[in-house]
Design a protein around this ligand. Structure first.
Ligand code: SF4
Ligand code: SF4
Length: 434
């Protein structure tokens, strides 16, 4: 079977400190959970409970404020004991409700009821997804209901793509979820296809995971929608929208299929859509990869939203030595965690802690014009030139050249022997002044 790949650049990213694929443990329930009022790239929800109130497991505690905002639910039952605020890395303000766990669980350990969705209208499906605060759990975190409703006036056909593309080893939690919850991923993709009026589903599966692709296809057989599989390269950033679209268009041309608009979701988001529609359950927990050179035992964990990051490191045996950097996400695109009391949120697919010598630690040097960054840029940009231009151009003016084409994949950062922060400088220069 042909393996489709984006035409240029990219890197083969390997990291021996990621957790193994066969590890998955359920983390302890958090005695104190910290539930931020915004858990994605978007607007904050408005709290609808007060300090002192008792909240049930899965209860709505923050209401989304229109476009870009998402509802927030209590991940455990308990008492709201305080409201906290802090500044995340980069200075963005955050607020959270702190819940002390008490009382009984309404969902955990209870018999699961399945609700039929085939008879529901598209608008009802979109409303449910919005009510349960479903956001993309592996990308920028856009609210799924916003994405679906923006497609209402679409005239062309739509293809729903299931992104089982593991071009970054730190996506191992997604991989484990895909294996453990394959029925939920497949049925979630059928629900998403119906809610978006998709005419077909394509499973985009990393080269080397053909078996997983076959299992997905077999699960999808009982649903009344055309499905197919495309094998794609495991080279990073194959999973990015631009690189994925490129290979899907190649595939469509080869197969004589008109794909039209491409909407893609990762497995965690699709399982969350399934939980919302079929089980009437918001996002209460998620799979998280926990590792890095500073962590004693790297493992994939099923973690309640709101669990403090320090607690999950402690469950992994703690640190070998004082970490130089702690971050959420992948070393390629991670966000620095400034406080171990920061919680796991809907979009936390990985957390890592590193000793010296791993990505993000060495101090930047000077450009030696080696050309490595040019060789790996999938867009064909010259990161060296753009970086130097960004450093000398008037810092109030956005770059009028090719900087806006950069999609911040970070390939150039990884290969730069001088450890220059190329991608962030280039992206910032493209948008400064806005
Ligand atoms: S971050 Fe931008 S400049 Fe660097 S490799 Fe990716 S697209 Fe190219
Ligand atoms: S990889 Fe780094 S050192 Fe080499 S040319 Fe690019 S910016 Fe300069």
């Amino acid at each position: 079977m042909k393996v489709f790949s984006f035409p240029r650049g990219g890197i083969l990213f390997e990291d021996p400190t990621v957790p193994p694929k066969d590890s998955c443990v359920t983390a302890f329930l958090p005695g104190l959970s910290v539930i931020p009022l915004v858990q994605h790239t978007g607007g904050r929800a408005y709290p609808i409970v007060s300090v002192g109130d008792y909240v049930r497991e899965g209860m709505l505690i923050g209401r989304g404020q229109g476009l870009g905002s998402a509802n927030i639910h209590a991940a455990v039952p308990g008492r709201v004991i305080r409201m906290v605020s802090w500044k995340a890395a980069g200075g963005s303000p955050n607020e959270a409700l702190v819940i002390r766990m008490e009382g009984s669980f309404e969902k955990l350990g209870k018999r699961v009821e399945h609700f039929p969705w085939q008879g529901l209208s598209i608008y009802e499906l979109q409303r449910i997804v919005s009510e349960y605060g479903i956001v993309e759990m592996d990308g920028p975190g856009r609210p799924v209901s916003d994405m679906l409703s923006s497609l209402r006036s679409l005239k062309e056909p739509l293809t729903l793509v299931v992104r089982c593309v593991f071009d970054d080893p730190w996506l191992v939690a997604d991989y484990v979820l895909c294996r453990e919850r394959i029925k939920a991923v497949v049925e979630g993709s059928c629900i998403a296809a119906r809610a978006s009026r998709a005419v077909r589903i394509i499973f985009a599966v990393s080269h080397g995971e053909k078996d997983l692709g076959r299992m997905l296809l077999a699960e999808a057989e009982s649903f009344d929608i055309p499905v197919s599989m495309i094998l794609v390269s495991s080279r990073y950033p194959q999973r990015n929208q631009r690189e994925l679209d490129l290979v899907l268009r190649m595939y469509g041309k080869k197969e004589g299929i008109e794909l039209g608009y491409i909407l893609s979701f990762g497995p965690a988001t699709l399982a969350a859509i399934f939980d919302a529609v079929k089980l009437k359950k918001p996002i209460l927990e998620r799979y998280v990869a926990v590792g890095g050179s500073a962590v004693k035992k790297a493992q994939v964990m099923k973690v309640r939203i709101g669990t403090r990051i320090g607690e999950i490191f402690a469950e992994c045996g703690g640190f070998i030595d004082k970490p130089k950097r702690i971050a959420a996400g992948s070393p390629l695109l991670g966000r620095t965690v400034v406080d171990l009391d920061e919680p796991v949120i809907k979009t936390t697919y990985a957390v890592f802690a590193v000793l010296g010598g791993q990505a993000g630690n060495a101090l930047p040097g000077s450009c030696i014009s080696c050309g490595e960054c040019r060789a790996v840029c999938p867009v064909g940009l010259d990161p060296e030139e753009l970086y130097k231009k960004a450093a000398i151009t008037d810092s109030r003016e956005p770059d009028s050249g090719r900087a806006p084409e950069c999609h911040g994949c970070g390939c150039c950062d990884v290969v730069c022997p001088s450890r220059l922060l190329l991608s962030s400088s280039i992206v910032n220069s493209a948008y400064r002044g806005y």
